[in-house]
Design a protein around this ligand. Structure first.
Ligand SMILES: NC(=O)c1ccc[n+]([C@@H]2O[C@H](COP(=O)([O-])OP(=O)(O)OC[C@H]3O[C@@H](n4cnc5c(N)ncnc54)[C@H](OP(=O)(O)O)[C@@H]3O)[C@@H](O)[C@H]2O)c1
Length: 277
């Protein structure tokens, strides 16, 4: 039976870069909202010798995610799911950011765990912005609502995002982004313990500032994280693609229930080692 690797956000950036580090024996399915982008990715992957398919999917829509999981299962055994779909503060409004980044992760993990078997892995892409939130904004009580009352979950996170209102619209989207990604790190951990008994490994991976389309857009005003990283630079999509593919590799079987921070040291730089005196 063919082994299938599904990558949401696989039409571009680090999702596509991760696909290129997967073994060529796997069938790759790239998913996202823009068909043309996905077709370009499939063409690139085929030229490299992969068996690849494109499937349009909006991860903020549960039905669309369910269709993706069914489509993937028809191609063989789903071994790797990389959920790289995401929107950054400069790309959208706070509610859409929360629905895609946070609820999208809920739908992906829930729907794919129904078709995955022992020895498979889900990698949810979070962000190092998950680490910069003040503690009072983080509430696992609110996070738990994602499984029981999605609308209240979004409403409560929007309310927290709006605390940045006095600093302008971008700051509110920024709070929504950080909250959505902090949630992803928590939710991936929760799922690891839930699905672990079925042999499904779940890990989140938090990139720092990476020179994809998204990263370049966020860095256009200077990239405030760059001076805090150990080498004072952005990461490349290829570096992240390799890190993601490594985490998603079945040989990494004991890596579960944690967030893997791949940010060139910028979180620790900001918290301690490069703090302005
Ligand atoms: N680049 C950075 O500096 C950075 C830093 C930390 C975390 N991240 C995270 O890393 C992940 C990958 O981002 P990237 O840097 O590789 O940027 P990217 O090239 O913009 O990739 C994001 C992908 O997500 C897809 N997407 C967006 N909304 C979607 C939805 N509702 N349903 C399905 N697909 C959707 C986009 O395709 P369509 O628009 O066609 O749907 C796009 O291909 C994201 O989760 C992002 O938040 C990035």
């Amino acid at each position: 039976m063919a082994e299938v690797c599904v990558i949401t956000g696989g039409g571009s950036g680090m999702g596509l870069a991760a696909a290129k580090f997967m073994p060529k024996t796997k069938t790759i399915i790239v998913a996202g909202r823009t068909e043309k982008k996905l077709e370009g990715a499939v063409k690139e992957l085929k030229e490299l010798g992969y068996k690849a398919f494109a499937k349009v999917c909006d991860t903020s829509n549960r039905e669309s995610v369910r269709e993706l999981a069914e489509y993937a299962a028809k191609h063989g055994e789903v071994k790797n799911v990389i959920n790289s779909a995401g929107l950054s503060p400069a790309m959208s409004d706070p509610e859409t950011i929360l629905r895609v980044n946070a609820l999208g992760t809920v739908y992906m993990n829930q729907e794919f765990s129904k078709v995955m078997k022992k020895g498979s892995v889900i990698v949810d892409i979070a962000s190092n912005s998950a680490y910069i939130l003040p503690n009072f904004l983080i509430s696992t009580k609110v996070y738990k609502l994602a499984d029981t009352d999605e609308e209240l979950f979004v409403k409560k996170l929007l309310k927290k995002s709006n605390l940045a209102k006095s600093k302008g619209a971008y700051a509110v989207s920024g709070f929504a982004y950080s909250l959505s990604k902090n949630f992803v790190t928590w939710y991936a951990k929760k799922c690891a313990f839930e699905y672990g008994k079925n042999g499904i490994r779940v890990v989140s991976l938090s990139p720092g500032l990476i020179s994809t389309d998204m990263g370049n857009l966020e860095a256009k005003d200077g990239g405030m994280l760059i001076p805090f990283s150990a080498e004072e630079r952005m990461g490349t999509p290829e570096e992240l693609g390799f890190a993601i593919a490594t985490v998603a590799d079945e040989r990494n079987g004991y890596l579960a229930g944690v967030d893997v921070l791949v940010d060139g040291g910028s979180t620790n730089g900001m918290k301690e080692f490069k703090r302005k005196k």
